[in-house]
Structures are given as structure tokens and as C-alpha cells.
Design a protein around this ligand. Sequence first.
Ligand SMILES: NC(=O)c1ccc[n+]([C@@H]2O[C@H](COP(=O)([O-])OP(=O)(O)OC[C@H]3O[C@@H](n4cnc5c(N)ncnc54)[C@H](OP(=O)(O)O)[C@@H]3O)[C@@H](O)[C@H]2O)c1
Length: 317
Amino acid sequence: MFNANMPYRNLGKNGIKVSQFSLGGWTTFGGTVKDATTIHSILHLAYESGINFFDIADVYAKGESELMMGAVLREFPRHELVISSKVFWPMSDDINDKGLSRKHIHESIHKSLKRIGTDYLDIYYCHRYDTETPVEETVRIMDDLIHQGKILYWGTSEWTGQQIQEAIDICEKGGYYKPAVEQPQYNLLVREKMETDVIAKAVQHGMGLTTWSPLASGLLSGKYDDGIKEGRLSKIEWLKDTLYTEDNVRKVKAMKKIADEMECSRSQLALAWIAAQKGISSVILGATRIEQLQENLGALKVNITPEVDRELKQLFK
Ligand SMILES: NC(=O)c1ccc[n+]([C@@H]2O[C@H](COP(=O)([O-])OP(=O)(O)OC[C@H]3O[C@@H](n4cnc5c(N)ncnc54)[C@H](OP(=O)(O)O)[C@@H]3O)[C@@H](O)[C@H]2O)c1
């Protein structure tokens, strides 16, 4: 894949290139968006706009996201795509159907490959750190999966710098493939862990960073300025409780002035800001409607100057 309108970035120091903006399926495809035609049109717009990286997880809509995104992704040439999935969260009540044990990862990768309809994943993420499994056990099965050709790179998601270092030390000692990428939450409202811990660790080890929830589940778009009438925060209670605070809404409202001056929307400004930060390989977008993806891709035209960066960091400190 090559599209002159889309910048492509190396995944850290690794050779594989991912589009600056990518598309994921958390809560949306197979979840709040069940209509196959809508999913088809959103994924086609993404592909036609130069997005080559599609992010899924076994647990998204309990396998439905892999099934529904996979059905569309199979329409594109496989070699052009970077497809990721993840493992960790429970998929059933079965005592072994969760976590990062050799057993669960072995069972889970085969189910994910089958649901997506592909022979291999480009990236396979450990969806959280597992306190009940020795990290060496996880590292060695990930290394095995790379040797078996079932995955090309493995990564972590929401691990701390120290946990990443633990895995890297084991890899260096044993000669195993190291994690190539970390997938953290990062947006104007959630910055601390990334900026005080994770970015430095990823850069130190040449790992890529593919960031999630860039619009804080839509809050940064400004759609909740006057309360929650529709959208994700009206459907998912715990997200509303975490994100919808007076202080967050005040900051998002204040951001409008900066966006207006730059003649872009707040969504576009928030997305362009992440892409401009150190170490970022790809910003994973989410969309329930094709118009949202269209608007969000307009972030490619937004230039974050050092002054705008400072102004935003000051506002969202
Ligand atoms: N590794 C992890 O633990 C983890 C966790 C979460 C997500 N992720 C990945 O990151 C991806 C993106 O995360 P996310 O979906 O939370 O991203 P997000 O950009 O923070 O939220 C996306 C949601 O915001 C709303 N939205 C998007 N664009 C909008 C616009 N221009 N105007 C108004 N509303 C808009 C839509 O929801 P509504 O229309 O329903 O309001 C959309 O589904 C996920 O799909 C997944 O692949 C990973």
C-alpha cells in the first residue's frame, strides 16, 4: 500500500511501516456498530485513504470485532495490511481462557486467526501485564509464535516502563525476540504515564508506540459540551464516570478557541497533537460513522507548531 496523502512511519526502529493514523474496533465494530454495510464502508474509506494498520482484539465484542473486521479486510490484498490482535482478557469462564500463559496464548492465537481469516498477524499484543504468569513464559511463547510464522512482531499494551524492561531483560538473556511495540492510552486528557514513563522506555529500546483512545472516547470532539445526549458516553457507564468530569469538560470547551483560530475541528486538533509527539508510530482512530472518519482524517492537514503544542500542554496540564 502506498497513498501519497498518508504519512507512513516505522514501528519504532523496526522495518515495518504503519500509517500515521490507523483504525481499531474497540466497542464499535460488532459492538455498537453491528450493521455490516456500515462497517464495510468505514473500513473501505480507511483503506482508500491510505490506512494500512487495523487494530483488533479477541475480546472486542467477544470475537465479533475480529469476525466483522476480518470479513472486510479479506477484500484487500493481505500483504498490504498490518493487522494486529491481542490476548489477555477473559473470553469465557474457563479458568485457562484468560491471561498470558503459554496455554491461553496458544489457544487464543488460533481462534483469532480463524475469526479474522488470516494465516498470520503482523502484531500480537499482550493486552495487559499478567501478575499470575511469569513474564519468561509469555516471552517464550511469543518468540515461538514468531518462529512458527503465526505472528511477525509482538507487543505489550498498558505495561509500565519497568514491566517492559523486565521482558526486554529476559529476551536479551535468552536470545528471544523482544517486544517491538507498546500500545498505551494517550490523549490530551490522559498524558502522565506516557510522558513520565512509557515514551522514554519505548524510545530507549526502539519500540514503536501505537496509541489508543485519541479523542478520549469522543469527549475531545466537544460533542458533550452541553451534556450527554447520545454517543459512547451515553452507552458505557464506566467510561462516563471516568471521563465526564467538570474539569475535563472545561478544558475541552477552552480548546475550541485554539481550534477555531487554526480553522480545524477540536477532533482534528486533538489527533494532530498526538501524531506530533515524540515516539508515536500510529494514532489508532475509532469511528461509528463514516463522517467521523472523514473528519478525523482531516487532522493530516493540521500543523502543530511548537507554540500550539505549548498552548495545548498548558491548557491540559
Ligand atoms: N490496547 C487497549 O487497551 C485499547 C483500549 C481502547 C482502545 N484501543 C484501540 O484504540 C482504538 C481507538 O480507541 P477509541 O475508539 O477509544 O478512540 P477515540 O477516538 O477516543 O473514540 C472513538 C469514538 O469517539 C466518537 N468519535 C470519533 N470521532 C468523532 C468525531 N469526529 N466527532 C464526534 N465523535 C467522534 C465515536 O463514538 P460514538 O459515535 O459512539 O460517540 C468513536 O467510536 C480502538 O478501536 C482500539 O483498536 C486499545
